[in-house]
Design a protein around this ligand. Sequence first.
Ligand SMILES: [Zn+2]
Ligand SMILES: [Zn+2]
Length: 348
Amino acid sequence: MIRHGPSGRRPAVVAALVLAAGALRLTACGAPLAVTDLAADDGLRWYKGNTHTHTTESDGDSPPDTVAAWYRDHGYHFLVLSDHNRLTSVGALNALYGRDEGFLLIRGEEVSDVFAGKPVHINGLAVDSLVAPQGGATVVELLQRNVDAIRAAHGVPHINHPNYFAAVSPEDLMQVRRTRLFEVYNGHHPVANEGGNGVLPLEEAWDRILSAGLTVYGIAVDDAHHFKEPERTTKAGPGRGWVMVRARRLTADSILASLERGEFYATTGPELSGLRITRDEYVVAVAPAAGRTERIQFIGDSGKVLLDVPGPFGRYAIRGTEGYVRARIVGSDGKKAWTQPVRPVSPR
Ligand SMILES: [Zn+2]
Ligand SMILES: [Zn+2]
């Protein structure tokens, strides 16, 4: 298991087992690696999903059934409809499109608040009732009040597009409790994932937060609004960023629990055929994709690149002094994927 976050007296333990259904198997710790064609044998599967999508129930251009059909027809296993300050019903859609272990719609809401004229948005995944924007005297207080309201509605929060209008800084994010998920990539074109004008790229913001000893997990989302002319870069089309979640069942509870444990990766293109993290090593195998090669970069404290190797296979031997270790996969086409950080034990 992964122990999450700063653990007080005892160092956090790296011992995640996250194993893809397809290609990679490692022998016991410290023994040579062996790549085999492994079918998942631990009862866990990978599920592809998007946790941030709009429909005509708020400012999307297509009705919920069109949106649900797009994702179902494009190989997704789950989709959260997250209209602004609205809880779009998914019951009838699940009756129409849902399929056991095939496709699941999850209720959600983008709690859309404003601070000092800037949009501050927090998704509530699987909330059981509508959450009104809570406001706050500071952006941190506003974030916390909305996170707490989402938790009170039995939902899972994730903090959306922090760089949109430069509304939420890494220092703000560090102060918010009871939430672990934030969007390291959002497909809506004006959200400034890469920063600029004095704002850090979100991936650098992530490293700053991790280097401060806090553990947060980066998700990638579409924030899709436009299913008409979805390819246009000035439109917020679907299929741009998603998560691959390792879970036991295609249920909201199982998927969201895995997300909150960091048992997933985020991507805008590259997909993995294997991922295994033990206390001794962090191993990534990238699935082949036509026309794309990849580099696999292992990242540690302060965003330092610990190891940079050509794909499709990368293995980093954990020393225990890294503070944290995560991996970034960079495609030759500019597409990226991000695996989640773990915190090594103290040096051996
Ligand atoms: Zn938003
Ligand atoms: Zn949105």
